[in-house]
Design a protein around this ligand. Structure first.
Ligand code: NDP
Length: 449
């Protein structure tokens, strides 16, 4: 039998061969494998049972054609995906992303991360993710509706409340989930538990919209408190101005921090008097506009094109990347440290590349990895599934209280697991090991299937 180090190397070589040309997926796998040596040394059964060989191969990858008609009657074709990665501890669970950059590598990386994130929540949910290279920007409501109907016409054959329960992600919010659910119901039956992130009027959970952003801030607060620091009175920067970013900003402001900048994919606004969140909500949620419109109402604020992390000239204390993967490379990370950043919590999935993460850990920055820090969204999706099964609905306060408990529990698990394996303070390694062990143990008990 190979020792832990050689086993990990062997698996990564195999994964590279089998997934050539999928950089995002390979990055996610490498990041997990890099953490696992200590646990493999302690548990040779994971090597004997070839758990890594099995866990890095999706149970199923579904790709399909999504034809739809625009308002002028022209016919378009997009590609749809659903990756059902691992169902060991529960039905596949993970969002749908509609963005032109979506491809198999991105959906597989997101589904892979989701396995360990979902495991960390302590809920009975497996890992999956899906989406399409469809670009919702500039499309009319009717075009979005026709696209969602076509997408669901194919997807409905593979999902179900005990089988696979999609939710939202980039480009998929309550509007899209409403149309997707409508089509599912037309083709099947009334079954709200088949999707989460639904509007509250049709079986959605109070607190789901806020959960990822709020949860990321709760996680950051635990990191800070454990190190004798707090959010109050500190300057924070948040990337993005979508679902996760907006509710991270809301909670940061509520906790007494001053958010001085946020962004979208074109550029970023800096408002040293503190970002006016109502204005951001009006621009991004009500008008579906661009963040540069912010300066029309707040002339003291400044708009810059480009990447917020390498472009910020102001100093600030805490960073919350909440836009997308690969926002922060080594050069941006160095720039952030020069600007005074001491704590970073990932609201987005894999926003920092491997070199950036390594630098943050070396320099002792408090680093909250996405699969722990942004797990609040999927945790509340799981609470939505529970409410749907019971045909009941809980209050916002009930859901938010449960979210706070879950985030505290995830933080403690990551922290204690890191300590147990001699990596005190390394929450990435702690989260990776804790998430992995629960799934690996259950895989062994279920046999080679
Ligand atoms: P939204 O679509 O609501 O918002 C995405 C935001 O990121 C927008 O401001 C968008 O700008 C910006 N963005 C998208 N692509 C890029 C890019 N290539 N460069 C710079 N900015 C970009 O998505 P969410 O807020 O739901 O998701 C944000 C992140 O959080 C994703 O990584 C997602 O996987 C992760 N996440 C989301 C969860 C959820 O519950 N929604 C749960 C856990 C993680 P623009 O408007 O210009 O496109």
């Amino acid at each position: 039998m190979l020792d832990a180090k050689n086993y990990v190397n062997h698996i990564f070589e195999e994964v590279k061969k089998r997934n050539a040309g999928q950089p995002e997926f390979l990055h996610a796998v490498e990041e997990l494998l890099d953490s696992l040596e200590p646990v493999l040394e302690e548990h040779p059964e994971y090597i004997e049972e070839n758990i890594l060989g099995r866990i890095t191969e999706p149970e199923r990858v579904i790709e399909f054609r999504v034809p739809w008609t625009d308002d002028e009657g022209r016919v378009h074709v997009n590609r749809g995906y659903r990756v059902q990665f691992n169902s060991t501890i529960g039905p596949y669970k993970g969002g749908l992303r509609f963005h032109p950059s979506v491809n198999q590598s991105i959906v597989k990386f997101l589904a892979f991360e989701q396995i360990f994130k979902n495991s960390l929540t302590g809920q009975a949910i497996g890992g999956g993710k899906g989406g399409s290279d469809f670009d919702p920007k500039g499309k009319s409501d009717r075009e979005i509706m026709r696209f969602c109907q076509s997408y669901m016409t194919e997807l409905q054959a593979y999902i179900g409340p005990d089988r696979d329960v999609p939710a939202g992600d980039i480009g998929v919010g309550a509007r899209e989930i409403g149309y997707l659910y409508g089509q599912y119901k037309k083709l099947n039956q009334f079954e709200p538990g088949v999707l989460t992130g639904k509007p509250v009027s049709m079986g959605g959970s109070l607190g789901r919209t806020e959960a990822t952003g709020y949860g990321t801030v709760y996680f950051a607060e635990h990191m800070l408190q454990d190190n004798g620091q707090s959010l109050a009175g500190k300057r924070a920067v948040v990337s993005g101005s979508g679902n996760v970013a907006i509710y991270a900003m809301e909670k940061l402001i509520e906790k007494g921090a001053m958010v001085i900048a946020c962004s979208d994919s074109s550029g970023f606004v800096v408002d040293t008097n503190g970002i006016d969140l109502d204005l951001v909500k009006e621009i991004k949620l009500t008008k579906r506009g661009r963040i540069k419109e912010y300066t029309q109402s707040r002339p003291d604020a400044k708009y810059y094109e480009g990447n917020i992390w390498s472009g910020m000239e102001e100093t600030y204390d805490y960073a919350f990347p909440c836009a997308t993967q690969g926002e922060i490379n080594l050069q941006a990370a160095q720039h952030m440290l020069e600007k005074g950043v001491t704590c970073l919590a990932e609201g987005a999935n894999m926003p920092c590349d491997a070199d950036a993460v390594q630098l943050f850990i070396e320099k002792g920055l408090l680093y909250g990895p996405g699969k722990a820090a942004n797990a609040g969204g999927v945790a509340v999706s799981s609470l939505e599934m529970q409410q749907n099964s019971q045909r009941t609905s809980w209050t916002f306060e009930d859901v938010d209280t449960q979210l706070q408990h879950i985030m505290k529990d995830i933080y403690q698990k990551a922290k204690e697991t890191a300590k147990k394996y001699g990596k005190e303070g390394n929450l990435l390694q702690g989260a990776n090991i804790a998430g992995f062990v629960r799934v690996a143990d259950a895989m062994i008990r279920q046999g080679v299937i």
